[in-house]
Design a protein around this ligand. Structure first.
Ligand SMILES: *[C@@H]1O[C@H](CO)[C@@H](O)[C@H](O)[C@H]1NC(C)=O
Ligand SMILES: *[C@@H]1O[C@H](CO)[C@@H](O)[C@H](O)[C@H]1NC(C)=O
Ligand SMILES: *[C@@H]1O[C@H](CO)[C@@H](O)[C@H](O)[C@H]1NC(C)=O
Ligand SMILES: *[C@@H]1O[C@H](CO)[C@@H](O)[C@H](O)[C@H]1NC(C)=O
Ligand SMILES: *[C@@H]1O[C@H](CO)[C@@H](O)[C@H](O)[C@H]1NC(C)=O
Ligand SMILES: *[C@@H]1O[C@H](CO)[C@@H](O)[C@H](O)[C@H]1NC(C)=O
Length: 668
């Protein structure tokens, strides 16, 4: 776990507790939301039908186009074929976020180091200064690529000197129509007024990272008070927004001093010639929760002068909608959104392009021959019933030895803004014989993608084939009943494995015994489990433990979602089979799983590692071959227990939750 991860985690827990009282968040849901999101969301849904332009929505084909670039022409699709993804960026220096994205060396380094080989980028400017912007953007990337010895990446980066409003193709239409008002998109601005000013002075601002300073600016007029560099508390700022120079101490120190001086908020101005920076905490600073908003702006001489003249200066905060900053075309040649960029780094571009790689690979996997049983197609999953369907199992499907679940979760509209919020658990239950003890058990689990509708996964659940123990099966897919609707698709794909290669018959699961379920992760968690005794049926060749385990909730240790838990199946008292969720709570744990299908650039904190899961991803089963640990002719025992940092969980408040289904699977 990185120090940053630790730090943010600690803060997250504090914030979660702070927020949990205020929000109807359900058993798994006590975390940050972004101010104002709900309203924007509803508005988007209502406005949807009138704003549609045919043919230029996400999922529609991207028409061919060409654009003049610094090097010549960029032609799409490229001559090598449309099997590349393309990220199109509309730069504007009217956005402080984009200014920071393009000047932060960490951001540029992320781009040149992590931009996938299958991806191209087309850099445009919406400003009148497009010719110089193109030269500048190219130089920014060239410098980063040279210093990191990644010049190769430049061949996939294209810079156009033609301003967006002169392109003469469909790109502006999409940039404008998919305009954005979410976090870090749109023009975040400050508005200064003063009797000395003829008109209000509007300037760009970049808010401190939302996962550090969670307080937001209120829709009101604040007075402004000058307080030097803010490295010492200053009584004069009480009730006002403190106007501070950058430097001499950390952003954290400035904000902490101003908070303790009773300031309503902080504006740090960049020294002349310096860019606006990403105001973030560092290391242990992040352990202290600060409760006032803060933003960075350029120095405004008129404001400096007015304050010096002891004139009353006020400030208010606004967002002016802008064209979208980033749109994309995936490897299938369809238009795609790129989600939310939570802080200024080009990694968000890389993650989106990595996901396009995953998606292309998934399309290829879906062309492998299989017998497909459609359970749901565009079925709305909402409320207590969820999505339910009863289907006949085709004859002979249980002769296959591979069972995969193809699941897709999309939104009521084509745009991500129509998608439900939060990362909720989705569970799929199956019942093929209502008198069987196997009726109603879990067949698969996923986590919804917070405000993104592209989730699509293929999950191997072959060991659970014995759950298909009837001719007619009812499938029930459920998520939090209070969540907004998801449009779900579920296909069962039956096929033959090709694992043996030596011509021998693959082993098939013929019997399943349900084992332990999860529960409240409190002091008594482990005392609620008793060993299960079992014998191995005759002719069994292999025995496997199959468990799907996820941690949720937020106690004072961050358990179960953001704490490091371990899970153990103790076989015959001696074989201690262990799994540790060691990336839970790390700053970027779930970004590492975008290549496996974790939907990137969601709302909320999808980046953090979690206990056994990531937002927008299937939950992978833990499979343990325990054959060698068993007495095949006598009695055996198995006991589950779960630990927090190697010990029984010990929450002081608000215990978390382990969601678990586990089975013994017998193969012959
Ligand atoms: C962006 O704007 C800032 C001031 O607002 C200026 O200092 C900087 O040079 C501009 N950058 C570009 C590329 O025009
Ligand atoms: C795209 O297809 C072309 C021609 O089939 C091939 O040469 C190229 O390597 C492919 N590119 C990628 C990124 O797969
Ligand atoms: C930093 O501190 C020095 C010494 O107190 C002071 O002279 C200087 O103005 C400060 N710098 C800024 C940018 O406020
Ligand atoms: C099975 O695997 C072998 C070797 O990997 C391969 O040549 C063959 O085409 C595969 N058969 C099927 C049906 O996929
Ligand atoms: C397995 O169980 C049988 C029946 O209880 C017993 O006779 C045998 O000794 C056991 N084998 C081992 C290796 O413990
Ligand atoms: C199993 O291993 C874990 C560490 O991985 C340890 O904490 C636990 O005490 C062990 N339990 C038994 C019964 O061996």
């Amino acid at each position: 776990m990185s120090a940053l991860g630790c730090a943010r985690l600690a803060l997250l827990v504090i914030v979660a507790q702070h927020f949990s009282a205020a929000r109807d968040s359900g058993p798994h849901r006590v975390r940050l939301d972004l101010a104002g999101l709900g309203d924007a969301h509803d508005g988007a849904l209502r406005g949807r039908s009138t704003q549609r332009g045919p043919g230029f929505e996400p999922g529609d084909p991207a028409p061919p186009f060409q654009v003049r670039t610094l090097g010549g022409q960029f032609v799409y699709p490229p001559p090598s074929g449309p099997n590349v993804s393309l990220v199109i960026h509309g730069f504007s220096n009217k956005s402080a976020f984009l200014e920071c994205l393009w000047t932060r060396s960490a951001s540029l380094a992320d781009l040149v180091q992590g931009f996938p080989e299958s991806a191209h980028a087309l850099f445009l400017s919406v400003d009148d200064t497009a010719p110089s912007d193109a030269l500048w953007m190219r130089e920014q990337i060239r410098q980063a690529a040279l210093s990191l010895r990644r010049e190769e990446v430049l061949s996939r980066m294209h810079f156009s000197p033609v301003p967006v409003h002169e392109l003469g193709n469909w790109i502006p239409r999409v940039l404008y129509a998919w305009g954005c008002a979410g976090i870090n998109c749109g023009f975040d601005q400050v508005v200064f007024t003063c009797p000395e000013f003829e008109v209000p002075l509007v300037a760009k601002r970049l808010d401190a990272r939302y996962d550090w300073l969670t307080a937001g600016w209120k829709p009101k007029l604040y007075s402004v008070a000058e307080a030097g560099d803010g490295c010492e508390p200053a009584a004069a700022v009480s009730g006002a927004v403190a106007w501070l120079s950058e430097g001499n101490c950390s952003f954290f120190t400035k904000v902490k001093n101003m908070a303790s001086s009773g300031a309503a908020g902080v504006l740090v101005y960049a020294s002349p010639g310096n860019p606006i920076q990403d105001m973030d905490c560092e290391g242990t600073e992040c352990f202290t929760a600060l409760e006032i908003p803060a933003s960075m702006v350029h120095v405004e001489p008129a404001v400096v002068q007015a304050l010096r003249n002891k004139q009353p200066v006020t400030v208010s905060f606004q967002k002016t909608p802008s064209p979208n900053f980033f749109i994309a075309v995936d490897q299938q040649g369809t238009l795609a959104e790129t989600g939310w960029f939570l802080y200024p780094t080009f990694s968000f571009v890389n993650w989106q392009a990595q996901w396009f790689d995953f998606s292309a690979q998934l399309q290829r996997r879906l062309t492998v021959p299989a017998q497909v049983l459609t359970v749901f197609e565009n079925v709305v999953m909402q409320g207590d019933p969820g999505a339910v369907a009863t289907v006949d199992l085709p004859l002979g499907v249980t002769d296959f030895d591979v069972l995969q679940l193809e699941v897709a979760l999309s939104c009521p509209g084509k745009r991500d803004e129509t998608c439900a919020a939060w990362d909720h658990t989705v569970q799929l239950y199956i019942c093929c014989d209502k008198f069987s003890p196997l009726c109603g058990l879990e067949l698969g689990r996923w986590i919804t993608a917070f405000h993104r509708g592209t989730g699509h996964w293929l999950t191997d659940v072959s060991p659970l084939m014995p759950l298909l123990n009837g001719k007619k099966c009812t499938f029930t897919m459920q998520t939090a009943p209070w969540a907004m609707p998801w449009v779900s698709g579920l296909h069962l794909r039956f096929s033959h494995s090709n694992q043996s290669g030596d011509g021998s018959d693959p082993l098939r699961p013929f019997k399943l015994e349900p084992l332990f379920k999860g529960g409240t992760f409190d002091h008594d968690y482990n005392s609620r489990y008793q060993p299960v005794s079992f014998t191995v049926p005759q002719a069994t060749k292999k025995v496997e433990v199959y468990a799907v385990i996820t941690g949720h909730g937020s106690d004072d240790n961050g358990c179960g979602e953001f704490c490091v838990t371990s899970h153990h199946f103790l076989v015959n008292g001696v074989f201690n089979n262990s799994l540790v969720f060691d990336t839970a709570g790390t700053a970027l744990g779930c970004t590492a799983r975008v290549g496996e299908g974790a939907v990137p650039n969601e709302g909320g904190t999808w980046l953090y590692g979690r206990a056994g899961w990531c937002d927008g991803l299937q939950v992978n089963p833990w499979k343990i071959d325990v054959t060698q640990q068993l007495n095949m002719t006598g009695r055996n025992s198995i006991l589950y227990f779960g630990l927090f940092r190697g010990k029984d969980p010990n929450p002081k408040t608000n215990p978390g939750m382990i969601t678990m289904y586990s089975y013994l699977v017998f193969y012959k």
